[in-house]
Design a binder for this molecule. Structure first.
Ligand code: ZN
Length: 192
């Protein structure tokens, strides 16, 4: 498992609801948490690890030891947004970007946990920012489209990432469009 970087096609692919939670999914979740901690993240969406599922892992503390702060959100649905806040965001799929992104200050949302149980959550401030960022991932919406300011040259940074991606594609390190479609079809047919 690896974190895919912009402009990998999975990052703009709208994820499908997960209809089956099996041991493979539980293993994927454990691996996603490890990857997230290894990269100093606080949230990770399944399409960031090349899986087309509506699945998110979050730990607002970013601390591997704080297991009680770990959340798994399956098929999340935002029910209500309230207020607004400006704040800086980064993303593990865009490692060189730090952007100011306006978000709602409070979010009420629903999601299924790893046991298949539905829950309703009411998150505020930083936690609300995380869940909005991650649910945007599942919709295939890149976070830089919502940014109002950047401390780096956004266009230049995106161009650099594109150049690197094309190099990796040529070297066979990234999937061709055909391989990508096959991969999506396989994962979707198994659990969506
Ligand atoms: Zn992200």
């Amino acid at each position: 498992m690896r974190i895919v970087k912009y402009p990998h096609p999975m990052l703009t692919y709208p994820s499908k609801p997960l209809l089956k939670i099996d041991q493979t999914i539980r293993d994927i979740v454990a691996e996603m948490f490890e990857l997230m901690y290894d990269n100093s993240g606080v949230g990770l969406a399944a399409n960031q690890v090349d899986l087309p599922y509506q699945l998110i892992v979050v730990n607002p503390t970013g601390e591997r030891e704080q297991k009680d702060k770990e959340y798994v959100f399956i098929n999340p649905v935002i029910l209500k947004l309230k207020g607004s806040q400006d704040g800086e965001e980064g993303c593990l799929s865009y490692p060189n970007l730090r952007l100011i992104v306006p978000r709602a200050k409070e979010v009420k949302f629903q999601a299924i946990d790893l046991k298949g149980q539905p829950h309703t959550y009411h998150w505020k401030d930083f936690e609300a920012r995380i869940i909005q960022h991650e649910t945007d991932h599942l919709l295939g919406k890149p976070f830089f489209l919502k940014a109002t300011a950047s401390s780096t040259d956004l266009e230049m940074a995106l161009l650099q990432m594109k150049k690197q991606y094309l190099k990796d594609l040529e070297a066979g390190l990234e999937p061709t469009p055909e391989q990508f479609q096959e991969n999506v079809k396989k994962w979707e047919s198994e659990r969506t």
